[in-house]
Ligand binder design. Structure first.
Ligand code: F6R
Length: 612
């Protein structure tokens, strides 16, 4: 995905755009660009690399004055990472109207459109689908930018959030969305358009989220919203809940570290008002209107990608244990392209931090079309998945800026736990069981605080293995998805190769990888599978592997088998992932810092993947 920021008002646009780009940089960071209208000209600067490179380039060139402008930080989908492919893109150099476009999404029929435009004499400067859109708008432009955008969008297939301006209309900006997020921040005689609220909250807390298929025309003191067929839409203005403190680093060196440390507070916030330990009740307003569909579900299908999928895998254990409803977990991307069986009584639960992941969204559409009742467990308020599901529960863990998901994972597991307890209590779970579970859940935030104190110990342990290029992560039962998550965290930010798998699976092949000194991380807490995990540890040790264990406090037996042990407090088996994942997050963090990589912006990645 990419980040869009645009400004129309009375202030100098460039500093606002640069600041906005820095806040949106986590959405994509291979190149960036900015355009303003000044003195009847559209002036564009584009740079490969991070936003600071663009900022320096603009300063060296004497600045870009103007009160209408737009900027973009890119995560490449079409065309290589180079200056020519960076946004903004312009319409035709020779016969164009000075139209500039920034775009997030994919224009799927760009090849056909490009051929049509080439036949009409258009000459292209880049390999991008966005430039095709800029030329198309230019081709249709007849002194009315809004109309040209509306008409162009009627010919486009795919997903887009766009901002468009034209040299000939220096007091107008046109924006539109379908399938990619876009918001308008409403200030005094100014509007700030952005992909998300992080670039808006510094200026105003009044905003509106554009619905799909909406086009908005902004001038300095007014705006109107319509469909592509020019039918007026009445927008709903909302107050943003996020404040600057939530999206600033504060005393932390990296967002990932900040977000790992925010986990206890995030859990407390997420549970607030939802759990009543006195009465043993779980209160979930977002699903209460659809409680019957959930309680009487014949099958629950959980979908997600990456970290969210790992949370879904943990939910499967919770679902079977607490509700006794058959549960399946599926990569959203695979669910979509199979011929999934969705019978009467199927509930599909989509898990997503961003609420914009294209694979998850597409699978959700497929499930809904086949008649499933849909539930969203989503962090970003007002995101597409949150809006398109029949019911849902927000994670309420606050904005997650680090590309590697940490507190959202904890939030996903927590919210699943509350959901499954809610359903289970209405089916067969005894009050005693629920009381015990909620009592233990209540202790999790302070227990995570204890685990966070292991940070220096984990750092020392990582230092001993920092030159090893292959790691294994093993766990059983509910800690098997935690092993997958530990491996994903390590590989995605430190670039160390890591594999996660069920501990028992190791002996069916991967055991061949184990050589002298290979680090093998076991999640080996005391639970129903503990003895079996000990046997797997022995298998690794006897082949020279070095075992690093996440174990239950007070377990001295395991220490003699391992090179390192990270102890976590004891809790119920099904709540253990909320604790056992934390040392693995810290392990990945420290390994990445030691290897000198960018923790918050790992190469090739972006915070949410809005392409299939
Ligand atoms: C890994 C990570 C990704 C996301 C995945 C789904 O740290 O962040 O694997 O979990 O791309 O994203 P969401 O949760 O936004 O749907």
């Amino acid at each position: 995905m990419c980040g869009i920021i645009a400004y129309i008002g009375t202030r100098d646009a460039t500093p606002i755009l640069i600041e906005g780009l820095k806040r949106l940089e986590y959405r994509g960071y291979d190149s960036a660009g900015l355009a303003v209208i000044s003195d009847g000209q559209v002036r564009v600067e584009r740079a490969v690399g991070r936003v600071h490179v663009l900022e320096e380039m603009i300063q060296q060139d004497g600045g870009l004055p103007g009160t209408l402008g737009m900027a973009h930080t890119r995560w490449a989908t079409h065309g290589a990472v180079n200056q020519a492919n960076a946004h903004p893109h312009m319409d035709d150099v020779e016969k164009g109207h000075g139209i500039a476009v920034v775009h997030n999404g994919i224009i799927e029929n760009h090849s056909v459109l490009k051929k049509y435009l080439k036949d009409k004499g258009h000459v292209f400067q880049s390999e991008t689908d966005t430039e095709v859109l800029a030329h198309l708008i230019g081709e249709l432009y007849k002194d009315d930018l809004e109309l040209a955008v509306q008409n162009a969008l009627k010919k486009v297939h795919g997903a887009y959030a766009i901002a468009v301006m034209c040299r000939k209309e220096p007091d107008t900006m046109v924006i539109a969305r379908k399938g990619s997020p876009l918001m308008i921040g409403i200030g005094n005689d100014e509007y700030i358009v952005a992909s998300d609220q992080s670039a808006i909250v510094a200026h105003t807390n009044q905003a509106l989220t554009l619905e799909d298929y909406t086009v908005a025309r902004l001038t300095r003191d007014s705006f109107r919203t319509t469909t592509v067929d020019n039918v007026p839409i009445t927008p709903e203005i909302q107050e943003l809940e996020c404040d600057l403190g939530q999206i600033e680093l504060g005393d932390f060196e990296h967002y990932m570290l900040k977000e790992i440390h925010e986990q206890p507070e995030a859990i407390r916030r997420s549970m607030q008002g939802r759990i009543d330990t006195a009465t043993g009740n779980v209160v979930l307003g977002g699903i209460s209107d659809h409680a019957n569909e959930l309680i009487n579900a014949r099958k629950i299908v959980m979908i997600g990608q990456g970290t969210a999928l790992h949370a879904a895998m943990i939910s499967e254990y919770l679902c079977e244990e607490l509700t006794r409803i058959p549960c399946e977990v599926e990569f959203a991307s695979e669910f979509r392209y199979r011929n999934p069986i969705v019978e009467e009584g199927t509930v599909v639960i989509a898990i997503s931090q961003s609420g914009e992941t294209a694979d998850t969204l597409a699978a959700l559409h497929e499930a809904k079309q086949r008649g499933a009742h849909s539930v969203g467990l989503v962090n970003v308020v007002g995101s597409t998945i949150a809006r398109e599901t029949d019911s849902g529960i927000y994670l309420r863990v606050g904005p997650e800026i680090g590309v590697a998901s940490t507190k959202a994972f904890i939030g996903q597991v927590l919210v699943s736990t509350m959901l499954m307890t809610y359903i289970g209590r209405r089916r067969f779970l005894s009050t005693e069981h629920v009381d015990r579970l909620l009592g233990q859940l209540d202790r999790i935030p302070s227990q995570i605080e204890m685990v966070l104190q292991l940070s220096d110990h984990i750092k020392d342990a990582v230092a001993r293995y920092i030159n090893r290029d292959n790691w294994l992560f093993l766990g059983r039962g509910v800690n098997y998805p935690v092993a997958l998550e530990g491996a994903l965290k390590l590989k995605e930010i430190s670039y160390i190769h890591a594999e996660g798998m069920p501990a028992a699976e190791m002996k069916h092949g991967p055991i061949a990888l184990i050589d002298e000194g290979m680090p093998v991380v076991f999640i080996a807490t005391r639970n129903s599978q503990y003895e079996k995990v000990l046997s797997n540890i022995e298998e690794v040790r006897s082949r020279g592997g070095h075992v690093i264990a996440v174990a239950t406090e007070g377990d001295t037996e395991i220490a003699s088998l391992c090179k390192e042990v990270f102890y976590v407090p004891d809790t119920m088996e099904h709540l253990q992932p909320l604790l056992t994942v934390v040392p693995l997050q810290l392990l990945a963090y420290h390994a990445t810092v030691m290897r000198g990589h960018d923790v918050d912006k790992p190469r090739n990645l972006a915070k949410s993947v809005t392409v299939e």
